[in-house]
Unconditional design. Structure first.
Ligand SMILES: *Cc1c(COP(=O)(O)O)cnc(C)c1O
Length: 417
């Protein structure tokens, strides 16, 4: 009896497509998605008694791997002291302090419940601070599901986006400009035309939602210069990259200081979180000090704060181990490339820090490979466009096992073709 199939059929009866978020549905690779029973370290376990090496890691939220014992203990203790108070609590002060110490260019932070909310808060703040309406985002960048960010490029050279989802009125996106990523001249042209109306440019300094796109420092430095010259703010969406590559933001590694940073994923240690921060002068515009309204029932929840705080403390203590993650990622990516080359299969592997993504020439090669990897106990993110991650819990043995499995998976593909 296949318990996964049984449970997923039940899920489809009550949840739309059996999921609460579309990429989970395996619509890209086909077949039934995993239904996970429990997880520990680098592994997830299903209801059939299978285990999988997990490279999806809740889409990048679990840098310590699953259920780190010290985080579990601290969260258990915290939860028995009450779930939510709707007041300031000590743990949120401590997490704020920890993050600000690690990312010194921000002086104040606001916690929210998701990366989407962090971006919405940051953009409202930027618009309130500059008293301007327009924002600029890049093609293929994902910043959560706010209406005015669900835009795609119009035809030709149009810089005004068009709606990428039913239910988003054109009026809601008329202030969203869109440019191809990495093209600084394009951005300059937009600023020549609209510069004085642009509140902010929002960018993922490392692309994580259209395959892994390593940071382009000169492009980002160009954005810094253009926004500064025009009185617009630069927002780094570091919901994925924050604390992923070292103990702090990617902005610090690149030596480029944005005006506002958005965080999420890792800083909650696996519980739902988001945050945005900036220098004092900007953050003062936020209610209750200023007139930019932003509020939430559960923001700063003590249990979430504890999960984040314990995670960050472990990361800080073992910060030298970030290098190990980078090395493991490099070994895995280069070995997969070699295995593909050996079989004359075109497989592009893009990687940076602890992130990597796979891209075959044809989608059906990916889905074939993907399913065969699952059978062998390796769980990648279920789309070529989603990033994969290596956590502190991944071992050399996990990597070695993955490389052997990938060799077999690639054999299958070369037989089919
Ligand atoms: C995941 C992600 C978001 C959205 O965060 P949610 O917690 O899913 O709302 C925003 N921006 C980037 C870069 C992300 O990777």
């Amino acid at each position: 009896m296949d318990k996964t199939k049984e449970l997923f059929n039940l899920a489809k009866r009550y949840l739309v497509g059996g999921v609460d978020s579309p990429v989970r549905s395996f619509s890209y690779v086909g077949g039934n998605p995993l239904v996970i029973k429990s997880a520990k370290g680098s592994k997830v376990f299903d209801y059939n008694g299978n285990n999988f090496i997990d490279y999806s890691l809740s889409f990048g939220a679990l840098i310590l791997g699953h259920a780190h014992p010290a985080v579990v203990t601290a969260v258990k203790k915290k939860i028995s002291a009450g779930f939510s108070f709707g007041t300031t609590n000590k743990t949120e002060i401590e997490l704020a302090q920890e993050i600000i110490n690690a990312i010194p260019f921000i002086k104040k932070i606001r916690f929210v419940n998701s990366g989407t909310e962090a971006v919405m808060g940051a953009l409202r703040l930027a618009r309130g601070y500059t008293q301007r309406d327009k924002i600029l985002k890049f093609r293929h960048a994902y910043h959560g599901h706010a209406d005015y960010l669900l835009v795609k490029s119009g035809s030709g050279l149009a810089t005004l986006g068009i709606s990428a989802s039913l239910g988003v009125p054109d009026d809601f996106i008329k202030h969203t400009l869109i440019a191809p990523g990495g093209d600084i001249d394009y951005v300059k042209n937009i600023f020549r035309k609209y510069g004085q109306e642009i509140a902010a440019v929002i960018v993922e300094p490392v692309g994580g939602n259209y395959g892994v796109i390593p940071p382009d420092s000169s492009f980002l430095a160009g954005l810094r210069k253009i926004t500064r010259n025009c009185g617009s703010l630069l927002i780094f969406d570091e919901v994925i990259s924050g604390f992923s590559f070292h103990y702090g933001s990617l902005a610090q590694v690149l030596g480029i200081t944005p005006d506002i940073i958005c965080l999420g994923k890792i800083i909650g240690g696996g519980l739902p979180i988001g945050a945005f921060g900036a220098k004092e002068k900007i953050m003062r515009y936020l209610a209750p000090l200023g007139n930019v309204y932003q509020a939430s029932t559960f923001a700063g929840n003590p249990v979430v704060m504890q999960s984040g705080l314990s995670t960050l403390k472990i990361l800080k203590k073992f910060k030298e181990d970030y290098k190990r993650l980078e090395k493991l990622t490099n070994i895995l990516a280069e070995s997969l490339k070699k295995e593909a080359l050996l079989r004359k299969i075109s497989l592009e592997i893009s990687y940076y820090g602890n992130m990597f993504s796979l891209k075959f020439k044809e989608k059906k090669q990916f889905s074939g490979f993907y399913k065969f990897m699952l059978k062998q106990g390796v769980y990648f993110s279920p789309s070529e466009f989603e990033a994969n991650f290596i956590s502190f819990a991944h071992t050399q043995k996990d990597i070695a096992k993955t490389i052997i499995a990938a060799g077999r998976g690639l054999d299958k593909i070369s037989v089919v073709h």
